[in-house]
Design a protein around this ligand. Structure first.
Ligand SMILES: CC(C)(COP(=O)(O)OP(=O)(O)OC[C@H]1O[C@@H](n2cnc3c(N)ncnc32)[C@H](O)[C@@H]1OP(=O)(O)O)[C@@H](O)C(=O)NCCC(=O)NCCS
Length: 414
């Protein structure tokens, strides 16, 4: 097996075949958008007998670490947007080795954090990822949205407006955990591959820019509709979009959407239990599902800790960090994961230095578990119960009290 950079003239047709085999497109002809999707991203392939049979794609972007709205830092993020192995190359270790190699390349190019949407729990833990927080997804009847906010007639958006929508996503209101995916090709490809899209938005920018919009799939006349992208710069704009979604309720019986970060969405649904029970099993059922579907990991510990500003008294400890990715990165890379012994200070000015002090308590953790704690996914005491993280009780309690972050919400799925 040969691992290397994707070469469009040599590998594009094989990559389309992989997309077809994993079921991400129904035919190779339908994968025309793949060239756009890959444009501007870093793509690695594993070739077997000269043919690309495993494809891993990373896009550069940023992820926000935010204790309070006035205390936010944007970290450089590698978004792992695709990991795919064809039917003829499964279980050869291609996906794991290629993902590890991609992480090494991204870390060497300056990415501080990596993030992805997982197909299931477990696989990406082996290259150092830890599970993110629960995400609430709602299937609701738009006519039962308790939103009285006025809305204006929107403008129609089409696939040709991908660049305007990308711009609005980048300029949107953002909080802790929110992501931006930068390559234009990513947005263009994602938008092109939708089958029955609908898009509605408002151009309220001072120069007429698109400020708030929804974009998604309209499956059939009466739905379900799914809102895949939503962006707004103010909560007023969010409520205008919700009022607009409500107005579709004369025709559409169900809409699928992720809970916006600033709301407890159930507050806005009339009689959620009556609706859920009476429509159970129907095409237009309404429900709420809660799963953690995203994972993240630190790629550059020193840099992530240095950019962490917590308004607490300093917490100092030894950190013994274990990074399983080292088993899958070849020796010729400078970055071999972030296993090691560190002295960490968390506070208004934070620091991670190599070393070990006999006078400090010690936290031992996998990089996935430590990333979860640092990002505020779960507190240290909770992670000590279910993940690979251990420390004396006093240190666990200090960390529980010290790291109190809002619920992370990526707001841009990949
Ligand atoms: C997921 C996928 C990329 C794996 O490809 P692959 O090249 O066969 O994977 P690898 O050979 O590197 O690794 C397979 C190993 O992971 C293990 N694994 C798979 N799913 C796992 C899970 N949820 N938890 C733990 N281990 C898991 C397998 O048991 C196997 O273990 P082994 O090495 O001990 O035999 C491939 O199945 C695929 O393309 N699936 C469809 C597309 C998809 O869902 N991609 C992921 C998008 S997030």
């Amino acid at each position: 097996m040969e691992l290397g950079a994707f070469d469009s003239s040599r590998d594009l047709d094989a990559a389309k075949r992989v997309w077809k085999e994993v079921g991400w497109v129904r035919s190779i002809g339908e994968a025309g958008w793949l060239a756009d999707f890959l444009d501007g991203s870093d793509c690695m392939v594993a070739r077997v007998d000269g043919e690309a049979e495993c494809v891993v794609v990373c896009a550069n972007g940023s992820i926000r670490y935010e204790e309070f709205p006035d205390n936010a830092t944007d970290l450089s993020m590698c978004a792992v947007t695709a990991v795919t192995t064809s039917h003829v190359a499964r279980r050869l270790g291609a996906a794991r080795r290629l993902t590890a190699l991609s992480l090494a390349e991204q870390a060497q190019s300056g990415a501080e954090v990596a993030r992805l949407g997982m197909f299931d729990q477990g696989f990406y833990d082996t290259v150092g990822f830890g599970t993110g927080n629960y995400v609430n997804r709602f299937m609701f009847d738009p006519s039962q949205l308790k939103v009285t906010h006025p809305f204006r007639a929107p403008k129609r958006l089409t696939k040709d407006d991908w660049s305007l929508m990308r711009g609005a996503m980048i300029a949107r209101k953002r909080g802790h955990g929110s992501c931006v995916v930068l390559p234009e090709g990513f947005s263009k490809g994602e938008i092109q591959h939708m089958e029955s899209p609908f898009g509605l938005g408002y151009f309220d920018g001072s120069g007429g820019e698109l400020t708030h919009f929804i974009w998604g799939e309209a499956e059939a006349e009466n739905g379900p509709y799914s809102v895949e992208w939503i962006a707004y710069q103010t909560t007023d704009q969010l409520f205008e979009l919700l009022g607009l979604i409500r107005s579709l309720g004369d025709q559409v019986y169900s809409v699928h959407m992720q809970e916006p970060a600033e709301l407890q969405f159930q507050d806005l649904i009339d009689k959620p239990f009556r609706n859920e029970r009476s429509r159970r099993g129907s095409k237009f059922e309404t429900y709420q599902s809660v799963f953690a579907t995203e994972q993240l990991r630190i790629l550059n510990l020193q840099s992530c800790i240095e950019k962490t500003r917590l308004q607490i008294e300093d917490i100092r400890f030894n950190l013994v960090l274990d990074d399983p990715v080292r088993d899958f990165v070849s020796d010729d890379h400078n970055w071999q994961g972030i296993s090691g012994d560190y002295i960490v200070t968390l506070g208004e000015s934070s620091l991670a230095e190599s070393g070990n002090s006999p006078n400090l308590p010690t936290l031992s953790a996998s990089v996935g578990a430590f990333s979860r704690m640092w990002f505020g996914i779960r507190d240290a005491s909770s992670l000590a119960l279910t993940d690979t993280l251990d420390a004396p009780i006093d240190l666990l309690e200090d960390l529980d009290r010290g790291i109190r972050l809002p619920t992370a919400n990526s707001g841009w799925e990949f």
